[in-house]
Design a protein around this ligand. Sequence first.
Ligand code: BTN
Length: 256
Amino acid sequence: MQSNTFSGLFDCRNVITLQRVSSTNEFLKEELSKSTPLPEGTVIMAVDQYAGRGQKGTVWQSEPGKNLTVSLLLMPSFSDPKDQFRLTVAISIALVQWLETLLQTPVRIKWPNDMYVGNQKIGGILIENILKGKVWKSAIIGIGINVNQTAFDPAIDPHTTSVKQILQKDFDLTELLTDLCVLIEQEYEGLKKAAYKSQFAFYTQHLYRLGESHPFLVDGVRVQGVLSGVTETGRLQVDFNGHIVDFDIKEIAFVV
Ligand code: BTN
């Protein structure tokens, strides 16, 4: 385990690089259960994450040393746990801003927090919250971004891209992480200062397929609807012939 301190990154707190780990989210969760407290802003970065996890129990695969596979520790105890979606919004919009600057192309959020360029996924977020009673003790922000990898297993996801596939060159992962953390910190501070409404507006404007009519799977049945937005608690709103229905993540799937 190698520990570094970056100036300007989460107030110069810890960045821990692990050569090989099952999952950075899992590692952070285990560390949090130990008696030595970890400071907010701790970042775990994996070189080789061999059992990465995605949303809805999916697998997150990454070639060793090629991509950003990181977990950040935040302690949003200033916020009511019922507002958990606000953190998803803040982190998602930081990623959009960072990716759009890097790629110089539009990036969209496939609800709730996948990063898409066109119809291809370039990264995703897995946020795991730890509550104690009514207090939101900590949030593990797992981020996976395809950076220098150029071949992906189509059986896992046939619609995948990477920074290198778009820009045709390799990038230094530590430098990218530093830039990303600046934006995450900025949006997290914005959340503390109640910038939620403008963050929510940015998130909504950047939703993948906003205002477009597409098929969705609802309980395994294919239905056509227009993605019309999200509720403040993070439910997806779909307009079926003028009748708006909202869904949580287990209830609906995109057909890409
Ligand atoms: C998704 O798209 O479903 C979310 C992917 C999240 C992957 C990241 S990689 C770092 C962190 N550790 C994990 O096991 N998962 C997240």
